[in-house]
Design a protein around this ligand. Sequence first.
Ligand SMILES: [Zn+2]
Length: 268
Amino acid sequence: GPGVTALSSKPGPGSEPNSEDEADATGKRRRHGRGPARENELLSAAPKAHPVSAEPRRIHMDVEQAQALVRKLDAEKGIEDNVLSSVDQDKLDVDKSHGGSMGPIVIIRGLSTVKGLEGVELLDTLITYLWRIHGLDYYGMTETSEPKGLRHVRAENKSYNETNAPSGSEWEKKLDTCWQGRLERQDPLEIMTAKDKIDAAAVEALDPFVRKIRDEKYGWKYGCGAKGCTKLFHAAEFVHKHLKLKHPELVMELTSKVREDLYFQNYM
Ligand SMILES: [Zn+2]
């Protein structure tokens, strides 16, 4: 079934304290849950993913991709030990020893229940989590700071073939390119850190260009050390500002090493 039915399970950090009644921690479909009519309404109104998304092969790929996204986005936001990121190692070992090709399974331990999530159920829980916590519309291939409106859901089309819905492979390529790109990309917070690092490095690199001058009458003065410049300031930080403003080429040169290093760290 389409992903909307898994909307209620909201595992891991970020759960509201009073959402216990909603989250049965099993990801079980709530056919008789609160307002099934409303749920169906939402379901039919929600934009649909390409029917190829319902293919078992595709489900398998999407479980792994969605789980990687959960790990990545959780890490970016400092969310640790999300049960959805875990993979039951015993299960994997068993699968391997039997030559099986099963996907990952996540074990949800409630107060009195233990349940394994896998396949479609696991996928729906993962993409619901991505949407609720991270504002990521997996099938819609978008990411926002706050989830608003309806996210894309899997189309209920079990008998997918190229004739009833062409360009499935194109859609898959688009989906994978989008999320593989996201997985490789740096998160905005880290980019900020990179800028901070450049700024910090700039301060260090510019320091030799601050000439501290003892003035008999006025005490310490700070002179610009750029070639041919005779400007004087009351504090070193003003010299830094002046250097950035009036001698940008010098600043670029002095910080190029650190910018290069950061570039290689981030993109190579
Ligand atoms: Zn100057």
